[in-house]
Design a binder for this molecule. Structure first.
Ligand code: GDP
Ligand code: ZN
Length: 374
């Protein structure tokens, strides 16, 4: 289908303190229990110095709502593929029959990518041109749905694209459950437009009655919570049910049992990992990259070796309250419209905590995040 010429348009950026209706919609969609990838403005090119400018330039095409990187490709020579892993300029791409190609990225795509600071990332859907049985060239990156990113000096680095959900793994003990870390990871996924699922592993190590308050707290917030033991293989079927048919990134502190859980879910997945990482190790590839693994029972998991224990953190302080969704009914009652709910008098959020209407655990977590403590 012939496409019209791209045109550049200037759009206004929201002011820092403005509310974000999009976020609320995202969260509401999750709470309706209908997970779906939500379009994010992650492929917009930031012009100028981010916060210093109030506008940015995006390239768009008429009749194509805000998908900037679509260039016309010769569809007779190109095939659709999925990027399994990427070092930026070199990628492993699987075709629909799961055959893998080592691909380079065409220069034009590369130039666009750099401007977006995204390059080609794991999870991208691409049009690629096979040059022989095992090699190809990526000609076009399709518009991304939800992305998972991580802040690096105020700029977002996209780790993986087109993911639906994030499995946030914590352990009941050894290492002890850190709700503050869980809350940070929750925020990161919500910010990325990715549905969070909380998995509390190592349930064999504690009396499960002790976990009920925490599980209940997150379940009441509307998040899916699953209790597992990779060691005793309990909760694994529940976990599989949550993963089936979805594209899930695995995240959480080191030592909580992420690898063990993946093994329990699909025993040959490690093998799969080894194949991909030895492939990506040769040449100029790096292993510090996200890797997509197909699940036999449907869906994909995205593993981010070497990165997954890191906090995916790129949220400004003014945004934090947006992600503590249970604060929302109380915020309009605060005396000051710009109340940060930390030290202010007449704060309706603090009052709600004092009156047991809000969880003191979550409020403590909020304060810790607002204080910049890591
Ligand atoms: P990762 O760093 O998150 O990938 O964690 P690993 O899967 O490497 O597990 C860390 C350690 O915890 C290993 O010694 C595992 O055997 C152990 N472990 C993992 N899952 C469980 C579990 O459900 N119960 C117990 N008791 N130990 C577990
Ligand atoms: Zn307040």
């Amino acid at each position: 289908m012939p496409r019209k010429n791209p045109r550049k348009v200037r759009i206004s950026l929201r002011k820092n303190r403005q509310k974000r209706p999009r976020l609320r919609n995202v969260t509401r969609e999750f709470h309706d229990g209908e997970p779906r990838a939500v379009d994010r403005p992650s492929v917009e090119r930031i012009s100028g110095k981010g916060d210093l400018t109030r506008q940015r330039t995006i390239i768009t095409e008429e009749g194509d709502s805000g998908s900037p990187v679509r260039r016309a490709v010769d569809e007779t020579t190109c095939r659709t593929g999925r990027v399994l892993s990427s070092s930026g300029l070199h990628c492993i791409v699987a075709d629909p029959a799961a055959h893998r190609y080592e691909c380079t990225v065409r220069r034009l795509v590369r130039t666009m990518s750099r401007a977006e600071r995204g390059a080609v990332v794991a999870g991208d859907v691409v049009q690629f041109r096979p040059v022989d049985r095992d090699h190809g060239v990526i000609e076009r990156v399709e518009p991304r749905k939800a992305t998972l990113g991580r802040g690096t000096r105020g700029k977002e680095q996209i780790i993986a694209a087109n993911i639906d959900q994030a499995l946030i793994v914590a352990s009941a003990a050894d290492p002890p459950l850190k709700t503050n870390l869980v809350d940070r990871l929750l925020i990161s996924s919500l910010k990325g437009g990715v549905k969070p699922i909380l998995c509390i592993n190592k349930s064999d190590l504690v009396d499960q009655v002790r976990l009920q308050p925490i599980l209940g707290m997150y379940a009441r917030l509307g998040y899916d919570v699953v209790l597992t033991s990779a060691a005793a293989t309990t909760g694994i079927d529940d976990l599989k049910r949550l993963l089936r048919g979805h594209e899930t990134v695995i995240t959480g502190q080191s030592g909580v049992g992420k690898s063990s859980l993946l093994n329990a879910v699909q025993p040959d997945l490690r093998l799969e990992t080894d194949v991909v990482s030895s492939w990506t190790r040769k040449g100029r590839h790096t292993t510090r990259t996200a890797v997509l693994h197909p699940l036999d029972f449907g869906g994909w998991v995205v593993d981010t070796p070497g990165m997954r224990q890191m906090q995916l953190w790129d949220v400004r302080l003014e945004e934090v309250e947006d992600f503590f969704i249970e604060f929302r009914p109380f915020v309009p009652g605060c005396r000051f419209p710009d109340c940060a709910h930390t030290h202010e008098t007449g704060c309706a959020v603090k009052k709600a905590v004092d009156n047991d209407l809000l969880s003191p655990v979550r409020y403590a977590s909020y304060l810790k995040i607002m204080s910049g403590d890591e």
